[in-house]
Design a protein around this ligand. Structure first.
Ligand code: PGA
Length: 252
């Protein structure tokens, strides 16, 4: 097993241009590189054009929080994977629960987006996870299984190797209540078993599965020390430079 940890920040719809510049400067100034982890930051679209210059030489990769299924066309208001790639993005978060909840994204649509990202050489971070009701009803493993099967099982052996999975229990996102390391590990192991049943052990052993949902400097180390947790997708704590840096340290 040789999975390098990955810490990915997800800024969501936060920060003005000035605030974004200030946060990036603080991160760059205090970040001295990571040996054992990759560091990615997903910013709002409007700040990505500048990112190439801002992150140059830092080793931090930047990407987006969504993209459309098509490369170009009359789709007012949408942004394509092709456009993102053309300004230097290397990854895109797809299927976040907020997009599922507020923008009615389905597993089928997300699959189309994943394909478009892959065709444009962007690495998708595919988010899955159950709601509190689904967990309380004991359906969490089945729900996540369906999300994984519908959005990922039609990919080729080659394509799946470019995908990162993020397990984000909806009840833990932005609530301050994180899944316990045991709960998260159980689900991550479940996801890896599913991937292994479809793509084989070797491929599944190399796919990174991130945990997301109230990752903070105080809980990061314990979460990341679980066998199948390969880092974090970090929302709220990624908005504060020093907290984000502490979470990277925890992964190191
Ligand atoms: P949170 O968000 O860290 O603020 O809970 C995580 C996410 O939604 O990716």
């Amino acid at each position: 097993m040789s999975r390098k940890k990955l810490i990915a920040g997800n800024w969501k719809m936060y920060k003005t241009a000035q605030e974004a510049d200030d946060t990036i400067s603080q991160i760059i100034k205090n970040y001295s590189g990571a040996q054992n982890s990759d560091v990615w930051i997903a910013q709002p679209f409007v700040y990505l054009q500048k990112a190439k210059e801002q992150y140059a030489a830092s080793g931090i990769a930047f990407g987006a929080q969504n993209c459309y299924t098509k490369d170009e066309g009359a789709y007012t208001g949408e942004i394509s994977a092709k456009m993102l790639r053309s300004i230097g993005c290397t990854f895109v978060i797809l299927g976040h629960s907020e997009r599922r909840q507020y923008f009615h994204e389905t597993d089928e649509l997300i699959y189309e987006k994943i394909l478009s990202a892959l065709q444009n050489n962007l690495e998708p971070v595919y988010c899955c996870g159950e709601t509190l009701d689904e967990r309380n009803a004991g359906n969490h493993f089945a729900i996540v299984q369906k999300q994984i099967e519908t959005a990922l099982f039609l990919l080729s052996q080659e394509q799946i190797q470019k995908v990162t999975v993020a397990y984000e229990p909806v009840w833990a996102i932005g609530t301050g209540v994180n899944a316990t390391p045991e709960q998260a590990q159980q689900m991550h192991a479940h996801i890896r078993t599913l991937l292994s049943s479809k793509f084989g052990n070797t491929v599944a052993a190399n796919i990174r599965i991130l945990y997301g949902g109230s990752v903070k400097p105080a809980n990061a180390k314990e979460l990341f020390s679980q066998d199948d947790i390969d880092g974090g997708l970090v929302g709220g704590a990624s908005l504060v430079a020093m907290d984000f840096l502490k979470i990277i340290e925890a992964a190191e």
